[in-house]
Unconditional design. Sequence first.
Length: 265
Amino acid sequence: MTTDARTATGAPPGAQAVTRALGLLHCFRDRPGELSASDLARRMDLSVSTAHRLARTLVAAGFLEQNEQTARYRLGPAVAELGRLSLHERGMHRAEPELTELARVTGATADLAIRSGAHALILVGRSVDPASGLGLRRPLHSTALGKVLLAWARPGEDDLSALPPLQAHTDRTITRLDALRAELEQVRAVGYALNDGESAYGVRTLAVPVLDASGHVHAALALRSTPDSLTDARLPWFLSRAHACADALEVLLLPPAQRRIRGGA
């Protein structure tokens, strides 16, 4: 790119290389494991030589590792280190005992997620791979976690039209923006969200928000089970325990100044 082109676009020198390097790392989001230079080139729409050069730069910085036998790449220790540091800075590690106890009491899978673009990113809970520490990234529109993150989103993050096309995962998935808006209004009215076979058949999930003092969502807490276990009749029982855990997490995850003021004596 020429100097004139950089000036015209407002991009600083080296911005393209940084963007490409970050894009290369994002290639591992949806497919944890090892990827070849050809895999990376295809996903990034780059030449194999360019992908290989970027990958080697990331290897030198510790963000990728290369398998000496297969020449394929995997995420490196620097990614894990920064990920764990971010988790601790957010205080999310404090949520693990609460989620473990919630799962024990309810017999359901308990997860805690934050928003990452158009996805709910599970950071703590049984859905996090204990070996890699990687959590699941789930679409916002088809999950209870995602609906909670959208329903109580901060200003600037509540524009549903900015979401990518709402893809159907089952015949129950919401795929129209007007239907999603109506669903989120209902979620806010009742204080929780349900995913009833919208992501996968045979799975039912409820989620509640962990709110801050401004009334916006700090994180979303979910209980996932089967329709036979998480029935309509037992829903209030599950909800009471989910809300109690969310209340505890508000104290654990938020500094005093950011906690909601509750009614007192």
